[in-house]
Design a protein around this ligand. Structure first.
Ligand code: ADP
Ligand code: MG
Length: 699
């Protein structure tokens, strides 16, 4: 950026020289703008990476268009290319754009937006790209994305240029029609309109493809980013525990990321707020110039007095009135749409819940109650729908009328001049089309502005999600209670466990779990046994003290209700490993050992196993999992509670036989469990309303 800034400064100096040389004081506006642009470009070095792309484009264009302009002023521009020279005002316009980019980078909403956009545009990840018909190539993902943005902006600007050019075609064509000049009519059609229209269509297609690719790449990256951060370091668990401000992480990852980038049904995303905004702004500025120039054709009726930019002011007022009325009629619509999303989501969620608890509901005969609740929810959707229809009907009366009028209005304004013979038909139609362009650009802007509230809520949801992740991570890293030791035992020293609200529940002065000595932990329900296991497993963030674990030891914890992932049974057995990590025979053998022999044939069956298997079968899946994983330490948190005593005994005997190198620590209530353990620990009340584990001799 700094090199570019120097180049812009050199260009400003050059322009000043030419200005002095030619005695052309009008050039000094450009000199001032270019000097300011050089300054903001310099400062842009520490601006957001995303905004830098745009500042870079505009500053570069300032130099390029500026040099072309100087060449023209000095008579160095070839005569044959005269038609292709950019308008004189171009360098000034793009210099101002570059300055604007710098200025808006200080607005809080923009900062928040670019902070999230920058995650992608300053990432260091590798990516792969492919430009047809060339071979795929590897590059930084960021570089690919930036290149796409640059091309998209240039394409959009090119399209605006073509539209401006075509508006002059429009003028000449209608003039030819008015003058009944057939040869000019056809010449304009075939040699001006056709090639430009062709280029325009091609550029629209390329733009569409590029834009779609950019959006999906960006979304893929951002989704991976958030999933990675959410799942990393057990953050998802810490966030759920803390009940942090970030509800529904699923919605944030699946919907908000997409809405942030490409916008949703009723809003615009960051793509619209950057590239499309620039396209619209360029279109507005270009046609405003055209209209301004055309205004020179229209003196006040009966006089020779010209109001500068008369047509421009007319369209400004027209568009402002139109949008104001639209806004006044439709302002409640935003709230209704918002409401609709919430109601639809609620309805969908209650249907999904119904499916999840289908068995429990059937057992209780709860269908009528469910039907009532579902239909009540749906009635809310209908009420909202009807309110939207009502509002849109009113809005439609106005917008349809306005839509019908819009193409007519400029003709009404210009007709007196045409009939008085002051303007040609071509000027009239060109005025009408420029009027339409400026009008729709202005309307667009006002829409952008009003959808900002929607976009802001998406931004806020992503920001608070980020924030909650950071908080959970900070908490997790602040409670680094683990230290690896060279010994073989697990030792807890000065350990204090608390609840998310800060209330302490467990203290452990000094407890050593010796390797090879199986232990049974019992105690009243709610005395923190499971929490103690969670702390040993390293997922409980509200802990202080020390947990010394043997270096490199593999610790596995089986909870009372094991997790059964979606998919084939084999996937559930080897979870979180992969089926390829184990031989088929080993998996089958583990199943048989866990007394699940009937399922050996159904390993590849995809099913909702989490609901299909009985509680006891699910617990045995966890046992089979442990057999395959062969951990050094196996913590069983009431992991056999759903088995009958006979089966429980068999399972314990089998575990001891098959996992001789594994130390088993269990939580359980049944007295029959004592027989399978070497040591007996009880959670006992200690001062301060907490519980502490104490050794007991089993009577
Ligand atoms: P145990 O396994 O001994 O029955 P737990 O360790 O599961 O007990 O729970 C100990 C106490 O901590 C209980 O009072 C329980 O309600 C509370 N508790 C556990 N998890 C949470 C949580 N995520 N948020 C708030 N309280 C919790
Ligand atoms: Mg428990």
């Amino acid at each position: 950026m700094q090199k570019l800034s120097v180049a812009v400064a050199v260009f400003a100096a050059l322009t000043a020289l030419v200005g002095v040389h030619k005695g052309d004081s009008s050039l000094f506006v450009l000199v001032a703008a270019a000097a300011l642009c050089a300054y903001t470009t310099w400062r842009a070095a520490d601006m957001s990476s995303f905004l830098k792309i745009f500042a870079f484009i505009f500053s570069t264009e300032t130099i390029v268009f500026g040099l072309v302009g100087l060449a023209q002023a000095e008579g160095l521009w070839p005569e044959s290319l005269k038609d292709y020279a950019p308008p004189e005002t171009m360098p000034l316009t793009v210099a101002v754009f570059s300055i604007i980019v710098y200025a808006i980078s200080h607005i809080p909403v923009v900062r928040e937006m670019t902070r999230i956009a920058d995650l992608y545009f300053s990432s260091r990840d590798r990516g792969e790209g492919r430009v047809w018909p060339f071979k795929p190539f590897a590059a930084r993902e960021r570089a690919i994305a930036i290149a796409m943005v640059v091309v998209l902006v240039l394409l959009n600007q090119g399209q605006v240029g073509i539209t401006v050019r075509l508006s002059f075609f429009n003028r000449d064509w209608y003039n030819a029609i008015q003058e009944k000049n057939a040869s000019e009519f056809w010449r304009q059609l075939f040699f001006v309109f056709t090639p430009w229209a062709f280029v325009y269509v091609a550029s629209v297609i390329i733009e569409f493809v590029l834009q779609s690719m950019l959006i999906i790449r960006w979304r893929r990256w951002l989704t991976e980013h958030y999933i990675g951060r959410w799942l990393g370091a057990h953050t998802h668990y810490g966030m759920a525990l803390a009940g942090s401000g970030a509800d529904n992480p699923d919605q944030r990852i699946a919907e908000d990321v997409n809405r942030f980038i490409s916008g949703g049904e009723e809003g615009y995303g960051v793509y619209s707020y950057s590239i499309l905004l620039i396209a619209t702004l360029s279109s507005l500025v270009s046609f405003a110039y055209v209209l301004w120039d055309l205004s020179g054709n229209y003196p006040l009726p009966g006089t020779e007095i010209y109001i500068p930019g008369f047509l421009f002011w007319a369209v400004l007022i027209y568009a402002a009135v139109g949008t104001l009325v639209t806004h006044l009629i439709g302002r409640t619509l935003t709230g209704l749409y918002f409401d609709r999303q919430r109601r639809e989501a609620d309805f969908r969620f209650s249907l999904a819940r119904m499916r999840e608890y289908s068995e429990q509901i059937a057992l209780l005969g709860g269908e009528p109650a469910e039907r009532g609740a579902l239909l009540r929810r749906f009635a809310g959707i209908i009420v909202n729908y009807l309110a939207i229809v009502q509002k849109r009907k009113q809005l439609m009366v106005f917008t349809s009328t306005y839509g019908q009028l819009s193409p007519i209005i400029p003709y009404v304004i210009t007709a007196p001049f045409y009939f008085a013979g002051r303007i040609t038909l071509g000027v009239m139609t060109q005025t009408a089309s420029a009027f339409g362009r400026v009008e729709s650009a202005l309307t667009f802007f006002i829409n952008y502005y009003t959808s900002l509230a929607n976009f802001k809520s998406v931004l806020d949801r992503l920001s608070s999600f980020d924030h909650a992740i950071d908080t959970a991570r900070g908490q997790a890293s602040a409670t680094q209670i683990f230290s690896p030791t060279d010994g073989a035992d697990i030792r807890l020293r000065g350990l204090t466990l608390a609840l998310p609200d800060g209330r302490q529940i467990v203290t452990v002065d000094d407890l050593t779990l010796a390797a090879g000595q199986s232990a049974l932990l019992t105690g009243p329900s709610g005395s923190g046994k499971s929490t103690l296991f969670r702390a040993i497993a390293g997922i409980w963030p509200y802990a202080s003290g020390e947990v010394l674990t043997p270096r490199g030891a593999k610790v596995m914890l089986a909870p009372q209700r094991p997790y059964i992932p979606m998919g084939a049974l084999a996937d559930a057995i080897v979870y979180p490993g992969h089926v390829d990590d184990y031989s088929r025979a080993d998996v089958q053998e583990a199943l048989r050992a866990a007394r699940l022999a009937p399922f050996v044939e159904r390993l590849d069956e995809e099913n909702n196993w989490g609901q299909r298997l009985s509680g006891g079968e699910q617990q045995r899946v966890a046992i089979a999992r442990a057999l395959l994983a062969k951990p050094d330490w196996l913590f069983l948190d009431e992991a056999t509670s759903a088995l009958d005593e006979q089966l429980e005994e068999e399972i314990y005997a089998m575990l001891r036989e098959r996992l001789p190198g594994t130390t088993i620590v269990s939580i359980g209530h049944r007295s029959t469990l004592h027989a399978f353990h070497d040591r007996y620990i009880v959670m006992e009340p200690a001062p301060g309303g907490v519980f502490s584990p104490r050794d007991k001799v089993h009577a």
